[in-house]
Design a protein around this ligand. Sequence first.
Ligand code: SAM
Length: 231
Amino acid sequence: MFDYDYARYEMIELHLARRGIKDTRVLKAMWLVPREAFVEHGFEAFAYEDSALPIAEGQTISQPYIVARMAEAVEIEGTDSVLEVGAGSGYACAVLSHLAGQVSGIERHAALAARATERLSALGRRNVEILTGDGTKGWPEKAPFDAIIVSAGVPAVPTSLKDQLKVGGRLVIPVEHEERSQRLIRVTRVAANRYEEEDLGGVLFVPLIGEEGWSEDPGHTNLYIRKAFPS
Ligand code: SAM
């Protein structure tokens, strides 16, 4: 029988700790979440490879290293209220639920949101709630947040998400840099009207589609063109 615990241990050692993830709370949270419960049926044996994997609706479950990197970068404390935009399979929400007091996830596809909710509840994660909707507008009823993680790429940082950060709050988000290239940006709200930005390096995410993200145009060969180069 496949030894998931050993595979998870190896993933943490080889793909996370040796590649620079230092926060022991994050490493422990990655240990506590069985990623095999979040991948599609038939992909369980690949759950601890450090890669994104396909899920329903043409989306992906994020690569473990990136989930850990974002969780570390957003510096979550035990009582924090955290928002994840682009909840997908629910895996990152499960990891965040071991780090934060309350986790709110938003997913655009209702079927993914429903499945994520089922998985999180089966694992007994009581401090996570997933909403179906356009996460580019955030979740005003749950705001303000201590930390926001966006798990899909945007053309520019959505104003609604910046507005929903507490003063001192952190937002980690992949932002389009040049066509087909993204940078992971950490935005810190240092005062009511002042934000600081840091570039954490190159990343590759699916697009965040919505009012303050990319527009969806399935007939177009390049989803990004209309937002990047408005006429
Ligand atoms: N973090 C997820 C996980 O652990 O499985 C994976 C996220 S996947 C890389 C990005 C997700 O963002 C997709 O499930 C996609 O449907 C979702 N998404 C795209 N645009 C969105 C929007 N405006 N609001 C909410 N979710 C969105």
